[in-house]
Design a protein around this ligand. Structure first.
Ligand SMILES: [Zn+2]
Length: 343
């Protein structure tokens, strides 16, 4: 087999913070690059020989050594192709999105770049595109004249996944799910370039009998808060990532499986990355008898939530409950046929 994949992680572990380059507070560029390359290696292992001129999560190997190493493989693997994986930086903090560089007059490299850009748009639709997404590397141009594209003999491109200097992009770059998506795009594009079938499915469509059962909360949606940046998924088995939900987001969920919430718009969110938020239920004015009934309800169920009675004469009850307790209390009020509102 004359094909091989040259899996080039940009920079080394000593670039940031040790040498003060290729990173921002909170993210060393090489960490992102290396994790994407690790995942890509896993996806292509067994399908293609994979080589790394920059050992992952290790100290920086000079570019001249890397291009020499890749060129030394060229004789044995004349159809080899390479991708150098990076995260971008700009003085302008508003600039964000994906771009891919290719040597300006190397047609096969341009074709690989086009395949990658197409797959980014298809597989990570929430990732913006930087400019047109396609960036020719020009000789003499001080910022696009990349050594790894200029000095390597084979098809080679350089991906800049997102900007470390933009707050939204930085959040993506630090997210495990996003890193997996970058690897899926990379691996799928390599195989597409060769006209090979993917041995993995980036967007697998599970059979209904593989999916966990969803229990609906019927009329009583629950409030949750996302406690860390997490994925939203198309399927109840948490497959087919449709994007990221940021830490701190509160949303209503309409059903659950053992491990996931069913949110609005048909997406699923992993429960362990969320917490349930207490919700208020307010009844209408209550007679003495009804107050007793509510008090008895709370006493007998030994609830973790609270109830207070507000106002003179016929006070209303304000209950603060979460999760199943919230739904049970609403159902109890419905069964009594009492008016109430959910806050
Ligand atoms: Zn870089």
């Amino acid at each position: 087999m004359s094909r091989a994949f040259l899996n080039d992680a940009g920079h080394g572990s000593d670039s940031w913070p040790e040498r003060g380059m290729k990173g921002v507070p909170g993210l060393a560029e090489h960490d992102f690059n290396a994790v994407v390359c690790q995942e890509t290696h896993q996806l292509l292992k067994g399908t293609l020989p994979v080589f790394e001129g920059q050992p992952l999560l290790k100290r920086d190997v000079p570019l001249i050594n890397r291009s020499k190493y890749y060129n030394s493989l060229y004789e044995k693997y004349p159809e080899s192709i390479g991708i150098s994986t990076h995260a971008n930086a700009s003085r302008d903090e508003t600039v964000r999105g994906f771009g891919v560089f290719y040597w300006h007059n190397h047609e096969p490299s341009k074709r690989l770049a086009e395949i990658i850009l197409k797959n980014v748009k298809r597989m990570i639709p929430e990732l913006p595109i930087w400019g047109s997404g396609l960036w020719p590397s020009l000789p003499g141009d001080h910022w696009s004249n990349f050594h790894i594209l200029r000095e390597t003999e084979m098809t080679f491109v350089l991906t800049e996944w997102a900007f470390m200097t933009n707050a939204k992009d930085l959040r993506l770059l630090k997210n495990d799910g996003f890193r997996k998506q970058c690897a899926q795009v990379t691996a799928a594009s390599v195989l597409e370039f060769y006209g090979m079938q993917s041995t993995f499915k980036a967007e697998s469509i599970p059979q209904p009998n593989e999916l966990p059962t969803v229990t609906s909360f019927s009329k009583y949606p629950r409030l949750i808060e996302v406690t860390k940046d997490t994925g939203k998924y198309e399927y109840a088995n948490l497959s087919n990532n449709k994007g990221i939900i940021s830490k701190g987001t509160r949303l209503k969920v309409y059903g659950e499986t053992y491990a996931a919430w069913a949110g609005g718009g048909g997406v699923f969110i992993q429960k362990k990355d969320t917490q349930e938020i207490p919700q208020a239920i307010i009844t209408g004015g209550l007679t003495k008898e009804r107050i007793d009934t509510v008090e008895e309800y709370f006493r007998s169920k030994n609830l973790s939530g609270s109830v207070e009675f507000v106002g003179e004469g016929n006070p209303y009850a304000k209950a603060i409950l979460k999760g199943k307790e919230y739904q049970d209390f609403c159902e109890f009020l419905d069964a009594q046929n009492w008016w109430y509102k959910m806050e």
